[in-house]
Design a protein around this ligand. Sequence first.
Ligand SMILES: [Zn+2]
Length: 420
Amino acid sequence: MYGSTWVVTREKAERIREELIKRGGIEENPKNIYEIWRIRLGNSTFIYYTSNKLYSTPSNEISEIWELIDLIIKSENSNFKNYLLGFDETGKGEPFGPLVLAGVMIPKEILKNISLEFSSSDTKKKHKYEYWEKLLFYLNSIENLKYKIDLIMPREIDRFNINMLMDLAYEKLLSILIHNVSLKDLRIVIDNYGISNTLYRYLEAIKEKGAEIITISDSEDRFIEAKLASFIAKAHREKFLKKISEIYRIEEEIIKGNLSDIYVRDRFLQYKNQDFWFVRRSFGEKKIKEKPSFINMIDEEGRVLCFFCGRVSYQAILDNHKFKCLYCGKEIKDLELALKYKYGVIRIEDKRVIEMILDILKHKNILDGFNFILPEDSLQAFLPFRDMGRILIETKNSYPKYIELNLQGDSIVFSLIRNV
Ligand SMILES: [Zn+2]
């Protein structure tokens, strides 16, 4: 193991000193006249010398901090961005359960609250279920830490190109998390899973407005915001898988599916032939997937475009589990996917509509993966669907775009709302 040395100007050394203290570093007295300051953090000591050298004693616990020091030294202006926004996903290469994406916004001033122990732990290590529960509890207790997750369902991946679905889902998560945040204050880190043009264009537009954008692979090992996002996604997916294995009585070793194991592969093939919502039936098949062109059903203004009559509307009708055009009444296939990826959030207040939606969730999958905003007293009935990762639930609406449901005769009207 080696230590690390940098040459640092006095001004930047002062910034580094502040960052170390913020993260729990403890100042010790300089040991000789060549030392300007000395800070102990984790199991390393950082010493800044009058020769402008900064030295950190050998440690395997603080690679994040070394990364941070690199960043401070490299940065032109010594101002570090005020908000760190990180994204990561889990479950992309797994046969069971939804793909879970997470985005997390860390204001600079709370970085110090994220314990060093946590920031140095390994995302690739396997952990017991209790670890993930504790971790989520801990993260939820940190004030001003904001995160959102999103679900990509196995049946979506069976039909469409997975990277393109991720592009759409990340664009949606990004637009939610950067809402009301000054882009100049933002550093965004996304793990590069094979990002394609659509998302790049969106990122480029954000960059032009002043955000710093970093897309690299294995970002979770190098950036605290990506690591946190990775943990959040993993913790949720672990909870979902545990619930699925309980409800459908599937052994945990199967559901965590390592298909190189013959027994696991055998069981997967059995499940694959039945229409379970949590099974990625196309897993392991080399089949060309569709482009998610359903996204074109929503126009630039966020309106539903009917390919039959050519009219646009902020409303659509759900009648007998089928989406229909408000004007011509023709069925608009796959509209649920467009609504999920463009809006994703459904708010319901009407108790009768809540009952109808519950009934749909019990019998159909068209509303899987949506985030439902519900009154407190209606939550209970939705929890089983949330716990296994079929839907998300919230009680407060903080979204710039959402869908509101109302009753019209026997049909449900989906009204698309944009608070821009
Ligand atoms: Zn029409």
